[in-house]
Design a protein around this ligand. Structure first.
Ligand SMILES: Cc1cc2nc3c(=O)[nH]c(=O)nc-3n(C[C@H](O)[C@H](O)[C@H](O)COP(=O)(O)OP(=O)(O)OC[C@H]3O[C@@H](n4cnc5c(N)ncnc54)[C@H](O)[C@@H]3O)c2cc1C
Length: 410
């Protein structure tokens, strides 16, 4: 079978792209090299932006694996602030936590219901002809076949071997994150708040830009992790395993977690951010999700941006098929830049600022004493500003800069 569109990778970005293309009547095949339910190292946290995209695809939030949360609790030492997700005309005022094995297989099923052919246990490799994907080799259980899709959506995640074979490269000047997580037993697993720890320390006791998290899974377990930014001035000295261990020791006592309650090995991964991978568009292909480096630098969130970029790509790949004009793919490039550029530019400036010595400490101390400022920051950092408030990101950044300058010398 030669589909109109081959989608490489059945994570959030691939399933969303396939879902929206099939809904518009196109013949789509998704190939996923693993088998559902497949594990994906993640914090499993969904903000209202991700919930919105899932709702649009018809996701059933009543499933047992899904745990609903109404806000974020932030800690820095003794300081603590609990904030509800804000009211917004588009996004709901709630989020969720769900294991990726359950989430991704259910979203792939939703794509299948739209008519997408989902082939699991199938790995794709491009065959190139002057930058164009002339064919794709699909290998499944040791057997290889060659197909000739008209267009390819590259959704193969942060390592993106397929994307790299096409010449996609990460812009090394842009920040990236490293994160690690593990599951723990906890009697508080039905808590209604995601929790963040803003006072991560390296082995020498310096505050590290990034945060630790405890996300309640609703099933007797919690997902605990740490995420750190490459903008840290001592980046090369960081070790996420050590940070994780310190995070568990310092986790608030209400979770009742210790090293003994850890259920699995801690696992880590890279977070490519701020559309750091490109080109986004080739002669008959586009990059989406982590393969495009779509993660939000402000908070390390990638699932919502994988759904969103998949959906935007579907629109432009669909237009290219409908008009038989591959140049229409460039609409994807333009819409991505139009939608995210100004916000991600501020986010990059922010993560550069908090990489400087002492800045993170000053910010968290000041922020957590000021509810209005923190609620505002939550809206900016999780990209939940209203259309008429887009300028808030810049204003918030300006305020944050002012706080940093007014703070004590680090
Ligand atoms: C430790 C950690 C914690 C995180 N926590 C959060 C969080 O709490 N919330 C959040 O929003 N984001 C989080 N993220 C980021 C989030 O996991 C990613 O942004 C998200 O998974 C991106 O989705 P994707 O579809 O682009 O890629 P992926 O989810 O990685 O999916 C890519 C898929 O492609 C398949 N594949 C790869 N190559 C091929 C091939 N050649 N052929 C066929 N299939 C292939 C893979 O098996 C995989 O299933 C976290 C990341 C890490 C590392």
């Amino acid at each position: 079978m030669n589909p109109d569109v081959l989608v490489v990778g059945g994570g959030p970005a691939g399933s969303a792209a396939a879902h929206w293309l099939a809904r518009d009547g196109h013949a789509v095949m998704v190939v996923e090299k693993k088998e559902y339910p497949r594990e994906k190292t993640c914090g499993d946290g969904l903000t209202p932006r991700a919930i919105h995209q899932l709702a649009e695809m018809g996701f059933d939030f009543g499933v047992g694996d899904f745990h609903r949360v109404t806000g974020l609790r932030s800690y820095a030492g003794e300081l603590c602030l609990e904030m509800e997700w804000p009211e917004h005309p588009i996004y709901p005022n709630w989020g969720g936590v769900i294991r990726r094995a359950a989430l991704d297989s259910q979203v792939a099923l939703l794509a299948e219901k739209q008519g997408v052919l989902v082939r699991q246990h199938t790995e794709a490799k491009p065959v190139l002809d002057e930058g164009r994907i002339a064919a794709v080799e699909l290998t499944s259980h040791g057997e290889t076949e060659v197909i000739h899709p008209r267009f390819v959506v590259v959704a193969d995640g942060s390592l993106s071997r397929f994307g790299r074979a096409l010449g996609a490269v990460r812009d090394k000047r842009r920040p990236f994150g490293l994160a690690a997580r593990a599951y723990f037993k906890s009697p508080m697993s039905t808590d209604g708040f995601m929790e963040s720890q803003l006072n991560l320390h390296d082995a020498a006791g310096h505050t590290v830009p990034g945060y630790g998290w405890v996300f309640p899974m609703g099933d007797g377990t919690v997902n605990i992790g740490v995420g750190v930014l490459s903008t840290y001035h001592r980046w090369k000295d960081l070790n996420t395993t050590t940070l994780m261990e310190a995070m568990v020791v310092s986790a608030p006592p209400h979770w009742e977690v210790t090293a003994a309650s850890q259920l699995d090995e801690s696992r880590g991964g890279k977070l490519p951010m701020s559309f750091s991978v490109g080109p986004l568009v080739g002669r008959n292909w586009v990059l989406v999700g982590d393969a495009a480096g779509a993660i939000n630098p402000f908070n390390g969130e990638g699932i919502a941006y994988a759904y969103e970029t998949g959906r935007i790509a579907a629109r432009h790949v669909g237009a290219a098929i409908g008009s038989d004009d591959t140049a229409r793919l460039w609409g994807y490039h333009d819409e991505i830049h139009g939608t995210y550029d100004s916000y991600y530019r501020v986010a990059r400036a922010f993560v550069r600022a908090i990489g400087r010595p002492g800045v993170m400490k000053v910010l968290t101390r000041t922020g957590l004493r000021n509810r209005t400022l923190m609620e505002w920051t939550l809206r900016v950092m999780s990209n939940l500003m209203r259309e008429d408030e887009r300028h808030l990101a810049e204003t918030a950044y300006g305020m944050i800069e002012a706080i940093v300058k007014a703070g004590p010398e680090p």
